[in-house]
Design a protein around this ligand. Structure first.
Ligand SMILES: [Fe+2]
Length: 284
C-alpha cells in the first residue's frame, strides 16, 4: 500500500487568522472557520484541507498524506521502521484535530514534517464557496505542494521507494533540479526541488485547482495586491495558473486544466523550462 493523495496541509502565519480568513474567502473563494486556535479552510466536502495557526514565522507546519485505510497505514509504518525512520503514532486528540481516524508522524530525509493518515472526515454541511468557485479535488486530492529539499537525492528516494510515488517528469535545468511525483491521476501531488541549503526544507508553493479559467482570471484580478506571478501555462502538467502570495508568505498556485496521467501509457519526460507562456514575476 502507498500514499493515494495529498489530503491536507498545515501552515503557520505571523499575522492574524482573520487576515488569512479574508484571503481564503475573498481571493481564493474557499470557506473558512476558526476553531480553537486554528483556522480551518474548506474547498470541498472534507472537514478541512488547509489548517492555519499562528507562530513566530510563516511557513509549512506539516503535509497530510492519505494512505487509504488502516492496513495501508500499518504496512507503511512497518516499511518506515525497517528503513530506519522514526515514526510516532498520533494521539487521539491529534487525530480529532485533523478530522481523521488515525495518523502517524514522520519526517522526510530533508526534515519536512509529514502526517500519514486514513479516514478523513466528510462533513454533512455542504461546502459553499463565497465566490461560487468549484474546486477540483476528489480522487485527485487537494492539489500539489512544491517542496524544497536540502537532501534531494535521499528525499526523492524516500517518496519513490517508501511512500510509493511514481515519477511523472523531471527538470534538470541550469539553476533548477526538480522531480514531479504522482500518487494518483494528478500529474504531480509533490514537486520536489533541490534546495541549496544542505539538510533544510521549505514549502515553495501549494496548488489549488478550479474548474474554469475565468475563475483563475478573476483571482488574479481580486487578488492583485497578492499577485506573485501572472497567469501562465506550465509545460508539463498543462496547468493554466497564477501565483498569489498568502499571508503565510507561501505562494498559492491557483490553476485550472491540469492534465491527468494514464498509468498504462505514461512515459517519463524531461522539461527544459517550467512554462510555455506567462508566469511573469510581479514585484509588490
Ligand atoms: Fe505548481
Amino acid at each position: 500500500m502507498s500514499v493515494i493523495s495529498l489530503g491536507y496541509i498545515h501552515l503557520t502565519t505571523e499575522g492574524t487568522l482573520g487576515e488569512w480568513k479574508n484571503f481564503a474567502t475573498s481571493v481564493l473563494g474557499a470557506a473558512a472557520v476558526e476553531r480553537d486556535d486554528e483556522l480551518l479552510i474548506r474547498v470541498d466536502e472534507k472537514a478541512f484541507r488547509i489548517a492555519v495557526t499562528q507562530a513566530d514565522s510563516g511557513g509549512l507546519a506539516s503535509v497530510g498524506l492519505d494512505v487509504g485505510d488502516a492496513a495501508g497505514l500499518d504496512l507503511l509504518r512497518q516499511k518506515l521502521a525497517e528503513a530506519g525512520y522514526a515514526v510516532r503514532e498520533g494521539s487521539a486528540e491529534e487525530a480529532r484535530r485533523r478530522s481523521v481516524i488515525r495518523l502517524l508522524h514522520c519526517n522526510d530525509p530533508s526534515g519536512t514534517p509529514l502526517e500519514l493518515f486514513y479516514g478523513q472526515t466528510y462533513v454533512r454541511e455542504q461546502f459553499v464557496s463565497p465566490l461560487g468557485v468549484r474546486f477540483v479535488t476528489g480522487d485527485l486530492g487537494l492539489g500539489h505542494v512544491l517542496l524544497r529539499a536540502g537532501r534531494y537525492d535521499d528525499t526523492l528516494a524516500f517518496y519513490r521507494d517508501i511512500l510509493g510515488f511514481r515519477i511523472s517528469d523531471v527538470w534538470n535545468g541550469k539553476e533548477v533540479t526538480a522531480t514531479f511525483l504522482r500518487c494518483n491521476a494528478r500529474h504531480h501531488s509533490i514537486a520536489l526541488r533541490k534546495a541549496d541549503d544542505e539538510g533544510g526544507f521549505s514549502l515553495g508553493h501549494f496548488m489549488l485547482q478550479v474548474d474554469d479559467v475565468n475563475t483563475v482570471g478573476r483571482a488574479q484580478e481580486y487578488g492583485q495586491e497578492h499577485l506573485a506571478m501572472t497567469i501562465g501555462r506550465h509545460f508539463n502538467d498543462e496547468m493554466i495558473s497564477c501565483y498569489l502570495r498568502s499571508p503565510s508568505g507561501v505562494n498559492v498556485e491557483y490553476g485550472t486544466g491540469g492534465r491527468r496521467v494514464d498509468e498504462a501509457t505514461w512515459v517519463v519526460g524531461q522539461i527544459d523550462a517550467p512554462s510555455d507562456w506567462g508566469h511573469h514575476p510581479v514585484k509588490n
